[in-house]
Ligand binder design. Structure first.
Ligand SMILES: [Zn+2]
Length: 117
């Protein structure tokens, strides 16, 4: 299961950051997912809810997913276009000499701690 692997990785990273910064409770972890990464945000959140119990610092935390729009670059005309809409063929010049600029990533964007009372 792809998503559980990602959650395991994210949880480990966040746990490490928390240790380094002497944070003992995390409220929310925000991750960015590329539009064509094949990662399903709902599965990721389900996996998180299951997995976070393994780390005391994450036990009360939520996972929030933000989507990064996929963009493809065309070598034929040098322009960029939205990947999901047009696929591998450039809508500007019809060239197939294209490659994905962004859209496959999965990054930790933000780690939020609970508000101070
Ligand atoms: Zn083109």
């Amino acid at each position: 299961m792809h998503e559980l692997g990602i959650v395991t990785y994210v949880a480990r990273q966040v746990d490490e950051v928390a240790r380094e910064n002497e944070i003992d409770e995390i409220a929310e972890v925000v991750i960015e997912i590329g539009e064509v990464s094949g990662i399903v945000a709902e599965f990721l959140i389900d996996a998180w809810d299951y997995f976070r119990k393994n780390y005391p610092v994450l036990a009360g935390s939520k996972l929030r997913c933000e989507t990064i729009k996929a963009i493809t670059h065309c070598d034929g005309c040098g322009r960029n276009y939205p990947t999901v809409q047009y696929g591998k063929t450039c809508p500007h010049c019809g060239s197939g000499e294209t490659w994905l600029l962004v859209g496959r990533e999965c990054n930790i964007k933000e780690i939020l701690v609970p508000d101070d009372e």
